[in-house]
Structures are given as C-alpha cells and as structure tokens.
Design a protein around this ligand. Structure first.
Ligand code: SF4
Length: 248
C-alpha cells in the first residue's frame, strides 16, 4: 500500500488509501493496526481518548510501541473525578503526557450565560450547544493540522456506529479517520485490557459501559444497549455529540 499524506489528498485518493488501510486491518492485531497507520500516513496523527475501555486499549498499544501518535483528550470541564483519576494513572503508567484541549473561556462563559450551568437538559438544541462549545470546538483545534485521526469506535456500540467504517477519508477535515477496534466486541476489548494490565476507569466496575461527561452519563443495567446511559433522557437515536457521524 502506498503512503498517503491526507492533507494533500483529494477525496478520491483519500478514499482509496482508507479502503486499502481498512483491508490491511483484517489480518492484523491491534498493535499491528496502529503501527500500520503510523507507517502509511505521513504527517501528524492524533488519537482522541476519553479514557474508556477501548481508548485505554489503544493507548496501551501506542505507548508500548512508542509510536509517534499524539494522545489528546477533550477536557470538557464536566468529566467525572474517576476519569481524571485514570487519566493521571495512565500518564504515570506510561511516563507520558496526554494533551488536554479545553473549551475556549469566552465561548464557555457565553454558554453558561445562555443556558445556566445545567441548561443542557432543557432541550436537544441546548445539549448540542453545550457539546459544540465543550467538545466540538476543542476537537476542531486538536485536529486542525492532523493527517489522521484515530478513535476507539466499535461497530457494535450502536446502530449508528455500525454504519461507519474501520477506516474512512473525512473530506471536510481532509484526514484519514481510523477506528482500529471497529470489529472488536466489548468482551474482546475487556480481555485485552485485563491481559495487559491496562489502567481503566473504575466506573466500568459500577455499570458504566460508555463514559462521557458526568451530567450526561448514567450506569446501565444488564441487557441495556451500551450507549443507553448517554443522554438517557433523549430519543434512543440521538446518542452522539456530533464527533462521529456516518459522513466522517
Ligand atoms: S456530554 Fe453533556 S456536559 Fe458534556 S459537552 Fe455534551 S452536553 Fe455538555
């Protein structure tokens, strides 16, 4: 497979490179998939972590191979204390720094003035407004000069996520988007984390399968869909914050 510099690729070239990289995933483990992304993509590669089970598995595979991939998190200002704990524990374990992107202070002050500190529950528009300020704008800054973006998305997390691809070309951002755990089950991810003694968010031990901001995440009971604890007061088909869409 030829290497790709996504920032200079047109959509057709980017899509071909994405398909080729996705094909190469089929016979490779997580370590090899991440090494393949680093080998094939020229330029800055960003992995966005929220310190969930999947993200911790990927972080381990990056750190243990010393791959030149930046680990970035979106510190929204509303994360659980347990999330900050596993963040710190991960930095200690791998003797590495994870870069925080935070909301712009003027945008955050204006958001709180508009809707109050917990106005996000008042309507879907208010919740999306909060996500736009606390997550999407920092994500745009994190990915501004990136050639590739790595995420912990798995297909079985939701019907919406199953519509995505293991690797795609994001024409709007002009980068390769790679989801190296796309075909993994939650059980396989858990086994990986246990086998490699990877630090994980203690909330996972208390029924939290998918962990985001504290006001927008609750534990689920056995049998509930993985992401049903996210924005649980909304319709079941609105379980995304805008970071990941079928077009990206
Ligand atoms: S998940 Fe909730 S608290 Fe976090 S940015 Fe979105 S609406 Fe705001």
């Amino acid at each position: 497979m030829s290497a790709v510099a996504a920032e200079t690729a047109d959509s057709e070239t980017g899509a071909i490179a994405a398909r080729t990289l996705a094909d190469s995933f089929k016979s490779r483990d997580l370590f090899q998939r991440l090494a393949a992304i680093r080998e094939r993509v020229h330029g800055r590669i960003v992995f966005t972590t929220s310190f969930g089970l999947e993200d911790q598995a990927i972080a381990h595979a990056i750190f243990s191979q010393a791959l030149e991939i930046e680990l970035v998190t979106l510190d929204t200002g509303r994360l659980f204390p347990e999330t900050h704990e596993v963040w710190a524990e991960t930095e200690r374990r791998y003797d590495s720094r994870i870069v925080a992107f935070t909301p712009a202070h003027d945008s955050l002050e204006a958001l709180i003035a508009r809707q109050g500190i917990d106005g996000l529950r008042s309507s879907l528009a208010a919740r999306l407004d909060c996500c736009a300020v606390r997550k999407l704008a920092p994500l745009d800054r994190a990915l501004a000069s990136a050639a590739a973006w790595i995420t912990g998305i798995r297909a079985e997390q939701s019907t919406d996520r199953a519509l995505l691809s293991p690797v795609s070309f994001d024409g709007r951002r002009r980068l390769i988007k790679a989801n190296p755990l796309f075909d993994w089950t939650r059980e396989r991810t858990l086994e990986f984390v246990r086998a490699h003694n990877v630090p994980y968010n203690r909330l996972h031990d208390h029924g939290f399968l998918s962990i985001g901001c504290a006001p927008c995440t609750r534990a689920v009971v056995p049998g509930e869909p993985e992401r049903s604890g996210r924005w649980w007061w909304e319709q079941s088909d609105k379980k995304e914050c805008g970071l990941h869409t079928a077009l990206a």
